[in-house]
Ligand binder design. Structure first.
Ligand code: HEM
Length: 216
């Protein structure tokens, strides 16, 4: 396969590009806060908040996963500088999702939450996904990169793919009760394509005489 010609994307290095992405990532939250303040969240605002924050966590996870394949396919190295911000926003929306569930569904009762995690498998899977996202968010900072070393840090951060699979399972299990799989199918397709792209690019770039596998 011919090597992709690198695209010119110097504007991605401009400081305002990060500010723009930061603002875009805050828009769903601003929209939910606006809806809550103006009574625009429908008949069941608590459910709307839990579900919307769950949806945005999954969407941001997909955007985060798309960075590496896009960077390699388009040859736009500058895209890498947005990955950590997207990953941290993914974690932040997951935290909001968890807080909405803990506050609205469980009345902030820690015992009830632990029992719910033990009794409902889809909640257990959601909690496991959250624990992984938390570990990735904490270790995304420079001191951890230095402490772990590049190779081990990269291996740890490949767990983001496990997060994606667990998030799909959480979503699938939740929708199974309602037999409503349309959106689950869409997200599964997107994540499968991103995973395949990652694996294929790794194979292609790890060919003889190419970059060492841990650098891909
Ligand atoms: C401790 C962690 C978590 C808990 C307790 C939790 C709990 C829940 C609950 C109670 C619902 C709504 C169920 C309903 O309305 O019947 C839900 C839906 C959902 N959650 Fe989670 N979740 C967690 C983590 C996550 C994570 C990490 C993700 C994504 C990476 C995620 C993505 C979703 C999605 C996409 C939905 C469906 C939203 C929709 O129906 O549109 N959840 N979760």
């Amino acid at each position: 396969m011919p090597k992709p010609r690198p695209m010119r994307a110097g504007w991605l290095l401009h400081p305002s590009a990060k500010v723009l992405l930061f603002t875009l990532c805050l828009l769903p939250l601003a929209w939910l806060v606006f809806g809550a303040a103006t009574g625009g969240l429908g008949a069941n605002p608590a459910e709307k908040l839990i579900r919307s924050t769950g949806d945005w966590t999954l969407r941001l996870l997909c955007f985060t996963l798309a960075i590496t394949p896009l960077r390699k396919l388009l040859g736009v190295q500058q895209l890498a500088r947005f990955r950590r911000m997207l990953g941290l926003f993914t974690f932040s929306y997951a935290l909001l999702h968890l807080l909405c569930y803990a506050g609205f569904d469980m009345g902030l009762d820690a015992r009830a939450i632990v029992l719910d995690i033990a009794q409902r498998p889809f909640i257990l899977v959601g909690a496991s996904t959250f624990a992984l996202l938390l570990a990735l968010a904490i270790t995304s900072f420079q001191p951890f990169l230095r402490w772990l070393g590049g190779r081990r840090w990269q291996a740890l951060h490949r767990l983001v793919y496990l997060c994606a699979v667990l998030a799909l399972l959480h979503f699938f299990w939740m929708r199974a009760g309602k037999r409503d799989f349309a959106e689950v199918f869409v997200y599964t397709t997107i994540i499968a394509i991103l995973l395949m792209a990652r694996v294929m690019l790794r194979w292609r770039l790890a060919g003889p005489g190419k970059a060492p596998a841990h650098m891909l």
